[in-house]
Design a protein around this ligand. Sequence first.
Ligand code: MLT
Length: 408
Amino acid sequence: MIQINENYLKLQSSYLFSDIAKRVAAFAASNPDRQIIRLGIGDVTRALPGACIAALHEAVDELSADSTFRGYGPEQGYEFLREAIAHNDFQALGADIRPDEVFVSDGAKCDTGNILDILSSNLKIAVPDPVYPVYVDTNVMTGRTGGWNGGRYEGLVYLEATEANGFVPAIPDEAVDLIYLCFPNNPTGTTATRGQLAAWVAYARENKALILYDAAYVAFIRDDSLPKSIYEIEGARDVAIEFRSFSKTAGFTGTRCAYTIVPKSCAGYDSEGSAHPLHSLWNRRHTTKFNGVSYPVQRAAEAVYSAEGKKQVRQLTDYYLENASLILEKMRGLGYACAGGENSPYIWVNTRTDSWEFFDLLLNEAAVVCTPGSGFGACGRGYIRLSAFNQYEQVEVAMDRIAEAVRR
Ligand code: MLT
């Protein structure tokens, strides 16, 4: 008899964004004339940068001739991309990351889930609350939590991010083994200072813990005093893995390209307490279960680092940041306390009511889609997340409609 992985039965009905999609589809079916504006899931709407498109075309042409055709590439990514990443995203910031510590993949979401393959199932795990649901669900799926109880999973340590701490969770009083951090944060849009990250690194070193640092939204940081990589903090190389993505940086949500940094000095321990480099474990996992990102897509990602590409990526992210400041200004103007929206494409709004109720109000009265904060955890109750990924004109219309709906 085939038996299932019963951990899946502990999961809450469906993934947050599928849940929202279902409600929106039902609304669209019964309101065919309403034009829906989506500020829910953080999916980009603007075309790929011209430099990436040119590189894509060129690489596709290479595949059309036997003499330049390429089959399997290196699972970890082509050297040209790993070098561009190490140089531009880390060494240029003074962070000592080498090309062979870069693992190119098809998504930061997949990697944050897959990384659990190389870690013990017997860990004390700390997740932020509110949290990007993937961190929690992948731990549930792999049997690292207990059951769902009162809005949380048993066995996890929840790091609360609230108005009181500026939505940057404090370091726990107890020792944990694995810590998820995400800055600029999804969903709150808040950022961490160098000092705050340094405190986490010191904590991880003291407890021989590992930090999983998700920096998928780093391209939106404009404040130069904020750290862009955890490896800007001394000692982080030994205790942190960083996840990055071209999705939000350069509009690759459909194209798929991301990368994970596993420094060679980052260690995990066996049951006897002996240290092992996580780099070799991840390399083993990656080369066994993954066959690499397609050549044209890696060439397109490489183009992000060309002079032209850098300029275009900046324009693209500036565009979304302009949307974010419009949303922030309008929601504050309506009297709502907000976080994020600066150095981030997400705006975290305190609705002073139930999250799903406010979601329904915006959907039914304004035909605007947001993400209910309670879907990100108990600390998200009463909040919604608005995403700045849309056309500016659409955001303007959405904000007018929201103003009308909430004043009614
Ligand atoms: C989000 O809306 O939180 C993101 O689009 C989800 C993701 O990047 O997987």
